[in-house]
Design a protein around this ligand. Structure first.
Ligand SMILES: N=C(N)NCCCC(=O)O
Ligand SMILES: [Zn+2]
Ligand SMILES: [Zn+2]
Length: 335
C-alpha cells in the first residue's frame, strides 16, 4: 500500500503520522522508508539481532525490532539540535543482518562484511543490536572505511575490555580488548563513559588503563556535570574519526530495565542525551546502540530510551553531513 510520507529536499522521510496512525503497519526505525524503497541512503539504520555473546540474561537478539517498535512516536524535528535530520539527508532502515546464532566466528565475519557493503557508497551506519559482541566487527568495518584506527566513545556500565569468558575470546564483555589488540582503535582517543559497579579485581582497571582508555565514571558524570564531561571528551577526541558505541546499560536500571547485565547507580537518559548533543560537530563516522533485551523491559521504557538515543545519533550525523551546505529548503510542516 502506498504510504504518504514527509518529504523534503528530495529526501524521502517517515510515514506521515498525521494521516496514517503511528501504531499502524510494520515498524521501521522512526517510520522511515526501508533501504529498498529509496535509491540510496546517506545514513542507514541497521539491525543486528544477535545475542550469542552474552554472559548473563539472554534476549538482546530481540532488541533491534523492539527499538523499531519503540520508535513510532519520534517526530521529524529535533529541537535540541534545531535540525530535521530526515529532511537534511536520506535516512533509511536497512533491515536486519542475517547472522548465524550458532557460530560466533561466522557471525562476526558476516557483520563486518555487511557493514562494509552498506557503507561502500559512503553511507554511515547507526546499528541497533544485538549484544555488545557486535561492536568489534562494526569497528573493524569503520576503521577500514576511515583508513585509520578510530577514536571511540564507549557508553557503558562495563569496561568490556575483559580477556575471555570460559576461554572464549569473542563475547559481549571482551570486544574492546580485541579491538585494541587488532590495532583498529586510536588509543590516544578512547574513553568509557558511565562505568560503575563491581569488577573481578583491580587488574581490570590496570589492564584497561594500559590499553589507553580514559574513564568518565557514572559518578564523575554526577559530580562534574555534563558540561565539564563534554569539554574533556571533546578535548581528548579532537577532529579524529569517531565511533560511538552505546550499551543501553549505561543508563540506570530505572531508565533502562530491559537489558542483560544491569548495574545500579547509572546515568539518566537526560544525561546521556545531553552528553551526545555535546558531541555536535565532531567527526562521527558510525555508531551503535546495543544490549536492549525486551523480555526485561516494561512499557517500552528501554526501547524508547534507545530509540531517542539512536535518533540523536542520526541527528548528529545529519547535522555534520550538511554543516557546510546552505540551509535546506524545507517544504514540509513538522508533524
Ligand atoms: N557488555 C555487557 N553488557 N556486559 C558485560 C558483562 C560481562 C560480565 O558478565 O562480567
Ligand atoms: Zn554493559
Ligand atoms: Zn557493553
Amino acid at each position: 500500500m502506498e504510504q504518504p510520507r514527509v518529504t523534503a529536499n528530495g529526501n524521502i522521510g517517515p510515514i506521515d503520522s498525521s494521516r496514517i496512525p503511528r501504531y499502524a503497519g510494520a515498524a521501521t526505525f522512526a517510520r522511515l522508508p526501508r533501504l529498498d524503497e529509496v535509491d540510496r541512503a546517506d545514513i542507514a539504520v541497521v539491525g543486528v539481532p544477535f545475542d550469542s555473546g552474552v554472559s548473563y540474561r539472554p534476549g538482546a537478539r530481540f532488541g533491534s525490532n523492539h527499538v523499531r517498535e519503540s520508535s513510532r512516536l519520534l517526530r521529524p524535528y529535533n529541537p535540541a539540535l534545531d535540525i530535521s535530520p530526515f529532511e537534511r539527508v536520506q535516512v533509511a532502515d536497512a533491515g536486519d543482518m542475517a547472522v548465524n546464532p550458532f557460530n560466533i566466528h561466522e557471525a562476526i565475519e558476516t557483520i563486518q562484511q555487511n557493514a562494509l557493503d552498506l557503507t561502500a557508497d559512503g553511507a554511515k551506519l547507526v546499528t541497533l543490536g544485538g549484544d555488545h559482541t557486535i561492536a568489534l566487527p562494526l569497528l573493524r568495518a569503520a576503521s577500514e572505511r576511515a583508513g585509520a584506527p578510530v577514536a571511540m566513545l564507549h557508553f557503558d556500565a562495563h569496561l568490556d575490555t575483559w580477556d575471555t569468558y570460559f576461554g572464549a575470546e569473542y563475547t559481549h564483555g571482551t570486544p574492546f580488548r580485541r579491538a585494541v589488540e587488532e590495532g583498529i582503535l586510536d588509543t590516544e582517543a578512547i574513553s568509557h563513559v558511565g562505568t560503575r559497579g563491581p569488577l573481578y579485581g583491580v587488574k581490570d582497571l590496570e589492564d584497561d588503563r594500559r590499553f589507553g582508555f580514559g574513564i568518565v565514571t557514572s559518578s564523575d558524570v554526577f559530580r562534574q556535570g555534563v558540561d565539564e564531561v563534554v569539554a574533556k571528551l571533546r578535548d581528548r577526541i579532537g577532529n579524529r574519526p569517531l565511533y560511538i558505541s552505546i550499551d543501553i546499560d549505561v543508563l540506570d536500571p530505572a531508565h533502562a530495565p530491559g537489558t542483560g547485565t544491569p548495574e545500579a547507580g547509572g546515568i539518566t537518559s537526560r544525561e546521556l542525551l545531553e552528553i551526545l548533543r555535546g558531541m555536535r560537530g565532531m567527526n562521527l563516522i558510525g555508531a551503535d546502540v546495543v544490549e536492549v533485551a525486551p523480555a526485561y523491559d516494561h512499557a517500552e521504557i528501554t526501547g524508547v530510551a534507545a530509540s531517542h538515543v539512536a535518533y540523536d545519533l542520526v541527528s548528529l550525523m545529519a547535522d555534520q553531513a550538511t554543516a557546510t551546505r546552505a540551509t535546506p529548503n524545507s517544504t514540509t510542516e513538522e508533524r
